[in-house]
Each structure stands twice: as C-alpha cells, then as structure tokens.
Design a protein around this ligand. Structure first.
Ligand code: FAD
Ligand code: FES
Length: 261
C-alpha cells in the first residue's frame, strides 16, 4: 500500500534546465528532505508558478537523484510545462512529494528486472535501474520512441532501442522488440516494470500474461490534487464488481493483476 507518511512540501531552489532530447528538457532542483525519501516510480507534484496560474500542481516522475538534487524530465505540452522550461537557477519551486506507490522492487522473489519504457515513460527508469542494481538484480532495458531524436537514453544500462520510424535500433514497437528478444533469450525469474502510453502498457500486460511474467505498470493520466482527495484519477480495478482505485494514491504503479488493463 502507499505510504504518504514521508510526503512533504518543500520550497526548492532550481539548479537549472537543460536539454535532454529534441523538445525534451530536464529540470533540476535541490531538496535534502525529498531527495532522501523518494523511491523509484514515485512522483513529485510541482507548483510551477508562484502566481498559481496554472492553479493545480503538475505531477512528474522522479527521474534522477544526485545527492540533494532531484531531476524531472518533460516535454512542453501546455502552460505548466512551458513555465517549467523557463525556470532559472535560483528560482524557488514549491514541490510536494514524494507521492504515490513506488515500484515493488523488494517484496517478490525475482532475479532479473525487465524495464520497458515508451517515450517519456523512460522517466522513472534511471532511478529504478540504480535501485535494482543495488539489490544485485540483473537489469535488461528496452526503450522505444517515435524517432531517434526524442529518445532519452541517459542513465540507463545498455538499452535495447526501438523506433517507430526505424531511425535507430529495431524498426517497430518496443513491445515487439522486447517480446521477440525475451522469447529468444529467456531470463532467470524475471519481473517486468513498464512505463509509457496506455496502448503500449496494454501490449506489455498482454505479453506478460501470455508468458506468465509478473508485471507492474506505471500509469499516466490527468490528476487533480495528487493526494487522494479529489477522486479525479480513477482506475478500474480487476474483478467482476465495478470498483476503482486512485492513480495518485494506489498507483501510479500497479501490479497488472489488480487493474483492468
Ligand atoms: C504520475 C504522473 C507522472 C508523470 N510524469 C511525467 C514525466 O516524468 N514527464 C512528463 O513530461 N510528463 C509527466 N506526466 C504528465 C505531466 O504531468 C503533464 O504533461 C503535465 O501536467 C502537463 O501540464 P501542462 O500545464 O503543461 O499542460 P496542460 O495545459 O495541463 O495540458 C496540455 C495537454 O496535455 C494533456 N495532459 C495533461 N496532463 C496529462 C496527463 N497526465 N496525461 C496525459 N495527458 C495529459 C491535457 O489534456 C492537454 O491536452 C506525468 C503524469 C502523471 C500523472
Ligand atoms: S488526483 Fe485527486 S484523488 Fe487522485
């Protein structure tokens, strides 16, 4: 279950914004308190403008932690992300976090972590990679994107690459690449961790079910409060009865056995 006991709000000095790919940016800020408690798969809710316009905080996966410095990676899709791109070193950022359920890296018996990311679904994978390596797991990574210019491969361990247009690596989807590779070279006691667009996650879940591989997916969708109050992020749970979990509080990572995907 999710544990919000470590959640805090911190006013964090911005370290800078850098380019991480074509139209993709990484924003870093420092917070000793949040950097110590964030775990792979959790997210941070950023108040991007002091004027509170936009009013709602914006959720971003924790991408990288280096000492006290936390980095998130994003592309500009609207007002909030445009404001993030314009941040300067020394600006103050109001950050709530860490939020949500992290990937379950510890409780289940497995030897190999299979990481599958699509587009900016790569965001939680660097933290997950270092966490799995610390636990002595084998890490095999598959990363897919529309085209090579928008691939963000930094901090990953030798990722197998797929692009929709064939400009780098396998010409096709990352799930086709992962399933062909893993069927040809099965791993010892694998567990899949995936993040990306919903159609990709559905394909990952179908593959995992067919192969009997335990699998967790990190979902993305619109959020309001980010802390389980507004009920604005329902996810239909598995089973015959119509019930909903909350993406922000029960997720964003879910074991595929627990939700309809
Ligand atoms: C748990 C979680 C983790 C996330 N991590 C990242 C990340 O690491 N990097 C990243 O770039 N983005 C991430 N997102 C998505 C990010 O929060 C949104 O892109 C951002 O809030 C958009 O803010 P905006 O003000 O720029 O755009 P808005 O003006 O709010 O919206 C612009 C457009 O994007 C759509 N949109 C907004 N939020 C979402 C969303 N969550 N999913 C799909 N469409 C959306 C809107 O419907 C609209 O069409 C994450 C979302 C969640 C829920
Ligand atoms: S975003 Fe408010 S309950 Fe999830």
């Amino acid at each position: 279950m999710n544990d919000h006991s470590k959640m805090m709000i911190d006013l964090c000095p911005v370290e800078g914004v850098r380019t991480a790919g074509e139209g993709i940016f990484a924003l870093s800020f420092s917070s000793a308190a949040i950097s110590r408690s964030v775990r792979p798969g959790q997210f941070l809710n950023l108040r991007v403008e002091e004027s509170r316009d936009p009013l709602l905080r914006r959720p971003f996966s924790a991408y990288r932690i280096d000492g006290n410095v936390i980095e998130v990676v994003f592309n500009v899709v609207g007002r909030g992300t445009a404001a993030m791109r314009g941040k300067k070193k020394g600006d103050l950022l109001d950050v709530m976090g860490p939020l949500g359920r992290p990937f379950d890296t510890v409780s289940l018996g497995y030897d190999s972590g299979i990481l599958i990311g699509g587009g900016l679904g790569v965001a939680p994978l660097p933290l997950l990679t270092s966490s799995l390596k610390k636990e002595g797991k084998q890490v095999v990574t598959f990363l897919g994107a529309r085209t090579s210019a928008v691939l963000v491969t930094e901090y990953l361990q030798d990722p197998h690459i797929a692009t929709d247009d064939g400009t780098r690596g396998f010409h096709g989807t990352v799930v086709d690449l992962a399933s062909a590779t893993l069927r040809a070279h099965p791993l010892s006691r694998p567990r899949i961790f995936a993040c990306g667009p919903t159609p990709m996650l559905r394909a990952v879940a179908a593959f995992a079910r067919a192969e009997g591989i335990p699998c967790e997916v990190s979902l993305e969708g619109p959020m309001g409060c980010g802390i389980g109050i507004c009920q604005g992020c329902p996810v239909e749970t598995a089973g015959d009865e119509k019930r909903y979990a909350l993406m922000c509080k029960d997720g964003p990572t879910f074991d595929i056995r627990t939700i309809k995907i």
